[in-house]
Design a protein around this ligand. Sequence first.
Ligand SMILES: Cc1cc2nc3c(=O)[nH]c(=O)nc-3n(C[C@H](O)[C@H](O)[C@H](O)COP(=O)(O)OP(=O)(O)OC[C@H]3O[C@@H](n4cnc5c(N)ncnc54)[C@H](O)[C@@H]3O)c2cc1C
Length: 415
Amino acid sequence: MERPPIAIVGASLAGGTAAVTLREEGFDGDIVLIGAEAQLPYNRPPLSKGYLRGQDRFDEQLVKPASYYAEQRIRLELGVRATAVDPKDKLVELDGGKRVAYDRLLVTTGGRNRTLSVPGATLAGVFQLRTVEDCDRIRAAVSRGRRAVVMGFGFIGSEVSASLRQLGVEVVAIENARVPLARVLGEEIGQVLADIHRERGVELISEDSVAALEGSGRVTRVRTQKGRVFDCDLVVAGIGIVPNAELLAAAGAQVDNGVLVDERCRTSLPDVFAAGDVTNHLHPIFGRLRVEHWNNGLQQGRAAARSLLGRGAPYDYIHTFWSDQYEHVIEYVGFAAGWDRVVFRGRPESRKFLGFYLKDGIVRAAVGLDRGGDPEDPKGDGELKAAVDMVRRRAAIDPAKLADESTDLRALAGS
Ligand SMILES: Cc1cc2nc3c(=O)[nH]c(=O)nc-3n(C[C@H](O)[C@H](O)[C@H](O)COP(=O)(O)OP(=O)(O)OC[C@H]3O[C@@H](n4cnc5c(N)ncnc54)[C@H](O)[C@@H]3O)c2cc1C
């Protein structure tokens, strides 16, 4: 009897990358890739950047071109949602009742936008951004001189604000923190970014939040908790995502802020693995964490594919992410949920600096604003590559040396 396929539920970055890796690793059996979106697996980062601004084409964002899947005998079930997993009989049930038997299952269902629950959330002109269709709708509503309110100034909100300003849209951004992005980057760096946005014309309102969206049929006004009122033509909410963990939770998998996986991407169910935004994974250096980073979708997708084939090694990728805002590039390496000190190399006011996040003297993470290079560039040897080594080594490094421009970071990192 033929062996059932490896089934992958979630046909986006992590799922698409896993399918590619299975073939690259020489797996010759059947693969089925099931995805709720009608699109082939694609990269989302340009949706708040070049694609939103009309500069990047969608077909350039595909993980692989359409022909690849046929050539590699990867069966696609797109535009259809998996509704249930039966781990005992090893079946995935699809919307419409079709059942797909699996030998091993990889779940890469990612995340969905948190529900916007303020009054007026369903008015026309109110948007959230996760898919290319969401982005197309925003693009259609945007033109020079229109007025947008951006709710939330995390990475999505700040990137969308930058792109809209670049398109000539008036932007009011409303954020409940005192300093935007401070939770991830710290107050000093958050302030640098807030200043950049204000100089570019974003009216950035902090320590306030949206109380209601108003208008008849279409949003025309935003009212805040503190009683401010802003007229607008559109609203984009960037209020975070929730992991799509319900499918596996209902099948009995352990879930806690995402699907719990071990260092080899294994869930608590036999022969069921998970990767990408949906996972809360056990990391040999950072402990348990869930991240929403493109680089993790790629790397954990690869790692999960190897684990599916029994060739896995502990997934110990040092997390990295980036954000592009106007002409500025933020690159971040490591993971620091908390820190007791940020050490700068280069002055924050210069807007070209590195920041190192230290806890108990150990470098947990580092960030570069327009400095430090791309830590993922295989040919690069920028300062952030040295920072990756520091984080990996859990190095206690003299803060004075970290800050001293004449000290070679690579030597400090022992790399
Ligand atoms: C606008 C935007 C900009 C971003 N920019 C950056 C950036 O600059 N840098 C960075 O590091 N990261 C960025 N990210 C984050 C990055 O895109 C994500 O980390 C990445 O997409 C995660 O990939 P994934 O495959 O795990 O999940 P997802 O991309 O969420 O894909 C999951 C897929 O599974 C499908 N699915 C869900 N449930 C089911 C089901 N039951 N059945 C079938 N299919 C299902 C979904 O429809 C989706 O297609 C950005 C994200 C967005 C939205």
